[in-house]
Design a protein around this ligand. Structure first.
Ligand code: ACO
Length: 347
C-alpha cells in the first residue's frame, strides 16, 4: 500500500446471546465494506535512528516493525477517519445517506468535544448520530460490538465503525522504549443489517466478547489528558507486563469466541489480531496452534496503530484479495485499561 492510499468478568457482553441465532428472522450485522487511510509520510527504522538512539536491527528483532506512517498537522484523527470511512462506503457501494450511526474508536481525538465521530458525520453528510469510544487498542473490537448491538436492537440499520489514531502526538520522542513502536492511520468498516436470508445466510457478526480490568490500568497508560493543566500526556508502558497479558488474554478470548459458537480452532479462516508486536502475534499463533498463513500481519508496515490496527489489517487483507464471502474472521485485541476482547465475523 502506498503513502496516502485509501483502499480498500468484569465487563462481559455476549452480543451473540442477545439474539436467538436459530431464529430465521434474526437480524445480523453484515460486514459490507472496508476502507483505510495512511498518512503521507513514511518513516523507516533507519529514519528514526537519526533522531533517536536506536537501530533498524533492534526494532526489527524485538518487534518485527520495519516502518510506520506519521501524520502531518492536517492529518488529524477526524481527517484520516473521514478518508477511511469514505473508502469503506465506496467498497460497500453505499453512500452517507445509507448510514445511521458513526462509532469512532480513538485515544487521540481532535478535541475533548464534540466527539471526533460527529466531525466525521458532518464531513460525510451522515444523518443519525455519532460518538467516540475509548478502549485504547481494543477500541475497534469494542466499537464492532456496540455497532452489532445497535443493529440487532433495531436502533440502526447501517453503522460506520472506525478506528483512527495519531499516537505520534502522545509519544515521548525521547523515550526509545515506546516511540519506535507506534504509527498513525485509520481504518473503517460498514456494518449493515441483514435478515440473514438468501445470499446473506450465515453471514454477519456471530459474537463479541468484551472485558476490562481497571486494576491493571497502570501497566499501559497516558500520564495526562486535556482535562489536566498544560499536560496532554505521554504514553507510558511496562512492556514486559503488557507482553504477558497480551498473549494470555488474547489467546483466551479467541477460545472464548470459538466455544460460544461451538467451533474449534480449525474453523478460523483468518485471525486478525491487534498489531502490537510480532513476538506477541507469534506467541498467540503458537499457543493456539494456528497456521501462520491464517494470521493477518501488517505491523511490519504500519507499526502499532492502536484502535486503527485491526481495520487497517482487514483493509490490507481485503486489498490483497484474501477475504472471501463465507470465510470466518476472528478479531482479537488487547489494550490499555486493560481492555481486551474479540469479534467473530462470517464474511
Ligand atoms: N532501541 C535500542 N535499544 C532499546 C530500545 C530501542 N528502541 N528500546 C529499549 N532499548 C534498550 C533498553 O534501554 C535496554 O537496554 P539496557 O539493557 O542497556 O538497559 C534494552 O534495550 C532492553 O530493554 P527492555 O525494555 O527490557 O526491552 P525488551 O526486551 O523488554 O523489549 C519491548 C521491549 C519490545 C517493548 C518488549 O517489552 C515488548 O515486546 N513488549 C510488548 C508490549 C508491546 O509491544 N506494546 C506495544 C503497545 S501495547 C499494545 O498495543 C497492547
Amino acid at each position: 500500500m502506498h503513502p496516502g492510499a485509501e483502499t480498500a468478568g468484569l465487563t462481559l457482553l455476549r452480543a451473540a446471546e442477545a439474539m436467538p441465532r436459530s431464529s430465521a428472522a434474526a437480524v445480523r450485522a453484515v460486514l459490507a465494506g472496508i476502507g483505510s487511510y495512511l498518512p503521507e509520510t513514511l518513516v523507516t527504522n533507519d529514519d528514526l535512528s537519526r533522531t533517536v538512539e536506536t537501530s533498524d536491527a533492534w526494532i526489527r528483532e524485538r518487534t518485527g516493525i520495519r516502518q510506520r506512517y506519521l501524520a502531518k498537522p492536517h492529518e488529524t484523527c477526524a481527517f484520516m477517519a473521514t478518508r477511511a470511512a469514505e473508502a469503506a462506503l465506496r467498497d460497500a457501494g453505499a453512500s452517507a445517506s445509507d448510514v445511521d450511526a458513526v462509532i469512532l474508536a480513538t485515544a487521540t481525538p481532535d478535541q475533548a468535544f464534540p466527539a471526533t465521530a460527529v466531525r466525521v458525520q458532518a464531513a460525510l453528510g451522515v444523518r443519525g448520530f455519532g460518538f467516540d469510544l475509548s478502549a485504547a487498542c481494543s477500541g475497534f473490537v469494542y466499537a464492532v460490538s456496540m455497532a452489532d448491538a445497535l443493529i440487532k436492537s433495531g436502533q440502526a440499520r447501517a453503522v460506520l465503525v472506525i478506528g483512527s489514531e495519531v499516537y505520534s502526538r502522545i509519544l515521548n520522542w525521547q523515550d526509545r522504549g515506546t516511540c519506535v513502536l507506534f504509527g498513525d492511520g485509520a481504518g473503517a468498516v460498514l456494518l449493515r443489517a441483514s435478515d440473514g436470508s438468501g445470499a446473506d445466510a450465515g453471514r454477519g457478526v456471530l459474537s463479541t466478547h468484551l472485558h476490562s480490568d481497571g486494576a491493571l490500568g497502570d501497566i499501559l497508560y497516558v500520564d495526562g489528558a486535556v482535562g489536566q493543566p498544560d499536560h496532554p500526556g505521554h504514553l507510558i508502558m511496562n512492556g514486559k507486563e503488557v507482553f504477558r497479558h497480551a498473549v494470555t488474554r488474547m489467546s483466551e478470548t479467541v477460545d472464548e469466541a470459538l466455544a460460544a459458537n461451538g467451533l474449534d480452532r480449525t474453523a478460523i479462516d483468518w485471525l486478525v489480531p491487534h498489531q502490537a508486536n510480532m513476538r506477541i502475534v507469534d506467541a498467540i499463533g503458537k499457543r493456539l496452534n494456528l497456521d501462520d498463513k491464517k494470521v493477518v500481519v501488517t505491523l511490519d508496515r504500519h507499526a502499532n496503530t492502536s484502535a486503527a490496527s485491526i481495520p487497517l489489517a482487514l483493509s490490507v487483507a481485503h486489498a490483497e484479495g484474501r477475504l472471501h464471502q463465507g470465510q470466518l474472521v476472528l478479531l482479537a485485541a488487547l489494550g490499555g485499561g486493560l481492555t481486551w476482547g474479540s469479534a467473530l465475523i462470517r464474511l
